[in-house]
Design a protein around this ligand. Structure first.
Ligand code: MCA
Ligand code: AMP
Length: 493
């Protein structure tokens, strides 16, 4: 067994054989052996299309069992998996294709117009690629990989508005999966209710690896529907969600302990879970949600304990093997209770950003610690609480939205002189996007024009939910826009 992450699945497939790996809401049920075969079929057609170890394969497809098999097929080939949100617009996808320079772009048929742009081979469900995969003889070969070879590039937006591709290695994912399986006590008896998208670290790596590398089954739902989740919980043992999933479950007054009787673990992360939501969930179900904290660049970083106190409003302790430290703006270490930026190091931390050496250098300290941009306090025993973000970032329903990216799109719109984008509290998504716009003198701007412009450039979840047109933005004496003031002004009910 070499460094290829695929082996973690392959060894399970060998021993689990007919055990269910994936139970889909479309009636598809795949055993470990069948999923292994499908991965081999994808590996065969990927190789036939010229995909070699180290080549990027950009994948922008809806969630499905086939998408999981394709992911495994890419791993088997030793290629680099680059997942994209199907909600991205052509403008966004063009950027990613130009940056990643893939050997293959697997996408929805609606994306056809941008094939020409990437000059890569296009393949979509229904195209010969998928038909070939369905009839191909499975390729058993697992490409040898070094632990530090790149297995995935996951894009994360940046404070400059340009997305950066985090280069994640086989060793990063293997170490994180191993730690989480042990910590959260996954076994082949588990049934993980999978309600997350598979184009982000949470649903793709954390959820799939915890299940498929421990021999557990995935109850695989394409979308999240609270009423349907209630019907599936009695057949599940673990749920991984973002805070919006928990608030939506609690919104049903009938949801309670009876629904959760078969469950052993509720996990939550990607955005702050309000302590009130945590307590209400415990009161209604008897289950203490286990909140953990992570990032695209490092997978999971801290976790509340499995056995021990899961404290509402905290994200627990550094994972085994991960080191954390808290430093202030001057670089001095701060003690328990004081706020500072969290820095981390460990086998889970990626090596940097694809073809962006400057961004990579900026993100690590001189002594090699990754700067998370999250503001935290730590307790004497090491327990971490996230208290804010040094980075200008909005998290809505677990999706990250960088204000700078939205502002850049708005500022290019004819008639807009400048803009500021802020996040305000939202009962369902945690935060929502507000745009404050200064028009050019004499320009007549309507909300509808702004929405139409944004729709051309940005995925729906990044769109401002409110647009305010003002004469000027509030600035401090240094000329910096006072975002806190805008947040306070527009958060008022
Ligand atoms: C949907 N909409 C959103 C969001 N989701 N707007 C802002 N933020 C969102 N997250 C829009 C829809 O386009 C729609 O717009 C309207 O809101 C209502 O959609 P609805 O049908 O209610 O939403 P949904 O389809 O049920 O989706 C909500 C969701 C989804 C299930 C919470 O957002 C989701 O799956 N979130 C999980 C994200 C995630 O996996 N994050 C992990 C990142 P309109 O009707 O106006 O057209 S990884 C990470 O952060 C690190 C590593 C970590 O620690 O995990
Ligand atoms: P991403 O770009 O998707 O990797 O988002 C990572 C960011 O999500 C982190 O830097 C945090 O700001 C935030 N995050 C993840 N988990 C939590 C959590 N449990 N509580 C608060 N913030 C979180």
């Amino acid at each position: 067994m070499d460094g290829n992450l695929f082996w973690r699945f392959a060894v399970q497939a060998d021993v689990r054989d007919g055990h269910p790996a994936l139970i889909g809401d479309d009636g598809v049920q795949l055993s470990y052996a069948r999923l292994r075969t499908l991965a081999g079929q994808f590996a065969r057609v990927l190789r036939a299309r010229g995909v070699s170890p180290g080549d990027r394969v950009v994948v922008q497809v809806e969630k499905s069992a086939a998408a999981v098999a394709l992911y495994l097929g890419v791993l088997q080939c030793g290629a680099v998996y680059v997942p994209l949100n199907p909600a991205y617009t052509d403008a966004e996808v063009s950027y990613f294709l130009g940056d990643a320079k893939p050997a293959l772009f697997v996408h929805d048929p609606a994306r056809e117009p941008i094939w020409a742009f990437c000059a890569a081979l296009g393949a979509h469900p229904g195209s010969p690629f998928w038909e070939e995969a369905a009839t191909a003889s499975p390729d058993p070969a697992i490409a040898p990989r070094e632990p530090d070879d790149i297995v995935a590039i996951c894009y994360t937006s940046g404070t400059t508005g340009r997305s950066k591709g985090a280069m994640i290695s086989h060793a990063n994912l293997a170490s994180n999966a191993e730690t989480l399986i042990r910590l959260w006590q996954f076994t082949a008896q588990d049934r993980l209710l999978h309600i997350l998208p598979v184009f982000h670290v949470h649903g793709l790596f954390v959820a799939l690896h915890c299940a498929l590398f421990s021999g557990a089954a995935l109850i695989f739902e394409r979308t999240f529907d609270a009423a349907r989740v209630r019907t599936l919980l009695p057949r599940s043992s673990v749920l991984m969600g973002v805070p919006t999933h928990y608030t939506r479950l609690l919104a049903d007054p009938d949801f309670g302990a009876e629904d959760c009787a078969a469950m052993r673990l509720f996990l939550c992360g990607s955005a702050p879970l309000l302590a009130d939501t945590h307590r209400e969930f415990t009161g209604r179900t008897g289950h203490n949600v286990l909140e953990r904290y992570g990032m695209t660049e490092a997978g999971m970083i801290t976790s509340n304990p499995y056995d021990g106190d899961r404290v509402a409003g905290t994200v627990g302790y550094a994972l085994p093997g991960v080191s954390v430290r808290v430093r202030d703006g001057e670089g001095a270490l701060v003690g328990p209770g004081a706020v500072g930026t969290l820095e981390i190091t460990g086998p889970n931390v990626c090596s940097g950003y694809w073809e962006m050496p400057d961004k990579t250098a900026e993100s690590f300290t001189a002594d090699g610690w990754f700067i998370t941009g999250d503001l935290v306090t730590s307790q004497a025993d090491g327990r971490i609480t996230i208290v804010g973000r040094a980075k200008d970032l909005i998290i809505a329903g677990g999706y990250n939205i960088y204000p700078k990216e939205v502002e850049s799109v708005l500022d290019e719109m004819p008639g807009i002189a400048e803009s500021a984008v802020v996040g305000i509290p939202h009962p369902d998504f945690g935060e929502s996007v507000v745009a404050v716009i200064v028009p050019q003198p004499g320009a007549a701007l309507s909300d509808a024009d702004v929405h139409a412009w944004v729709a051309e450039h940005l995925a729906r979840f990044k769109h401002p939910r409110q647009v305010h047109i003002v004469d000027a933005l509030p600035r401090n004496t240094m000329g910096k826009v006072q975002k806190a003031e805008l947040r306070a002004q527009f958060s008022a009910p």
